[in-house]
Design a protein around this ligand. Structure first.
Ligand code: PHE
Length: 335
C-alpha cells in the first residue's frame, strides 16, 4: 500500500519538477532521484517479491507505467535543455567579424644596422667592395700583422677578451677592431684594393653612456699606386657630408696607430660639440710587408669608423646604452 501512495505522489509531483529543471545537469540529478537506482521506483520494484502474488502483477505494471511516463518527460525536457545549451555555447563562441583585426607589431632594422648599411652604400658608390670577417680572430691578425709590438698594452687581458678556442700558437680573441680584415683581405687579393668592412668588435670595457664591451665599426682600406693623405681626407670628408649633411664641419687631429703612419682622428662638429668619429691614417709599410705587398710600389689609407658613435651623432642620442637596450619604444622610433 505504501508503494502505491509513493507512486501516486511521484506521478503528481515529479512532472512539475522535471519541467522546472533549468539545465541538463540539474535534470541528471533529478533523473537519478526519480528513476535511478535509489529512487522510490527502484525500491518499489525490489519490493515486488514481498507482495502477495495476486497483487504483484498490477503493482508491477503501475510502477512501470509511472517510470515510463516520467522517463518520457525527462527525455523531452532533456532535448529542450540540450538544444538551448548548444545554442548558448555557440553564441558564446561567436567571432565578431566586424571587429578591427589585431595588427601584428612590425619589426625594424636596428638603427646601428641601418647606419652601417648606409655607410656601406656611400663607399660602394665610390667603387669600394664589401667584405666581412670573423669575430673570433687570431692574435696574429688582430695585432701582429698590424705591426703591434709584442708587448703593446692593448694586447693585455685587461683590454682584450681572449677565448679558449682552437690551438692557434698566438691565441684566439674577440677582435678588438675590424682592422684585422685589412691584413686578411690583402693576403688574399692583389692591389688595387678599395674595401669596406662592417662588423661587431669587442673590448673589455665597463658599460657607461659612451662605452660598451660590444660595439660596431666600419673598416675602410684603399690601396693603389699613388694614394695620398689628400685622398684620405677627400674620401672621409665626402663620407661625412653624405651621411651628416653638406654643412658638417670636420677636422683631423694627429694620433697614433701602429698600422698607420701618419695617423689621425677625424672629429665632426655636431650637437654643439666636437666628437671623434673615426681613426685613420696612411697604411704603415710594415703592414704591406706583413701581407706580401711591395711598399715601394703601393701606398694606401685606412680608416675605422665607429658606427654607434655615428648613429648617436646623427640622431642626437646622448647615451650609448639606448642602442643596446631591447626597448621597443626606443627602437621603433628609427624605422
Ligand atoms: N682600428 C682603429 C681603432 O679601432 C681605427 C683605425 C682603423 C685607425 C684604420 C686607423 C686605420 O681604434
Amino acid at each position: 500500500m505504501e508503494t502505491t501512495e509513493t507512486l501516486v505522489r511521484l506521478k503528481t509531483e515529479a512532472p512539475a519538477r522535471i519541467a522546472a529543471a533549468a539545465s541538463t545537469e540539474e535534470l541528471d540529478e533529478l533523473e537519478s532521484e526519480i528513476v535511478g537506482r535509489s529512487s522510490p521506483i527502484a525500491a518499489g520494484r525490489r519490493s515486488l517479491g514481498q507482495v502477495p502474488p495476486e497483487q504483484r502483477r498490477d503493482l508491477g505494471r503501475a510502477i512501470n507505467d509511472v517510470a515510463k511516463e516520467l522517463e518520457a518527460l525527462i527525455a523531452a525536457r532533456r532535448a529542450v535543455l540540450a538544444s538551448a545549451e548548444a545554442d548558448a555555447a555557440l553564441a558564446d563562441d561567436a567571432v565578431d567579424i566586424t571587429l578591427p583585426s589585431r595588427i601584428p607589431s612590425r619589426g625594424t632594422t636596428h638603427l646601428v644596422q641601418q647606419v652601417m648599411d648606409e655607410v656601406v652604400d656611400i663607399f660602394v658608390a665610390m667603387g669600394y667592395t664589401v667584405a666581412t670577417g670573423p669575430e673570433a680572430e687570431t692574435e696574429f691578425y688582430n695585432f701582429t700583422a698590424l705591426n703591434f709590438p709584442p708587448a703593446h698594452p692593448t694586447r693585455l687581458e685587461s683590454d682584450t677578451l681572449y677565448l679558449e678556442y682552437g690551438d692557434d700558437p698566438e691565441g684566439v680573441l674577440l677582435r678588438t677592431h675590424t682592422s684585422p680584415m685589412q691584413a686578411r683581405y690583402m693576403e688574399q687579393h692583389d692591389p688595387p684594393v678599395y674595401l669596406v668592412v662592417p662588423g661587431r668588435v669587442f673590448r673589455r670595457d665597463q658599460v657607461d653612456s659612451t662605452h660598451s664591451p660590444v660595439f660596431h665599426q666600419l673598416e675602410g682600406l684603399a690601396v693603389d699606386t699613388d694614394v695620398t693623405f689628400g685622398d684620405l681626407k677627400g674620401a672621409l670628408d665626402h663620407f661625412a657630408r653624405e651621411f651628416l649633411g653638406t654643412e658638417i664641419e670636420t677636422k683631423f687631429i694627429p694620433h697614433h696607430f701602429p698600422f698607420t703612419e701618419p695617423s689621425a682622428e677625424m672629429h665632426v662638429y655636431a650637437n654643439g660639440r666636437w666628437m671623434e668619429l673615426l681613426g685613420c691614417g696612411m697604411v704603415n709599410p710594415a703592414v704591406f710587408e706583413a701581407v706580401g705587398y711591395d711598399p715601394d710600389v703601393v701606398t694606401g689609407f685606412a680608416f675605422g669608423i665607429g658606427a654607434d658613435r655615428l648613429a648617436m651623432v646623427r640622431h642626437g642620442i646622448t647615451d650609448l646604452r639606448h642602442l643596446f637596450d631591447p626597448d621597443q619604444r626606443i627602437l621603433e622610433q628609427y624605422r
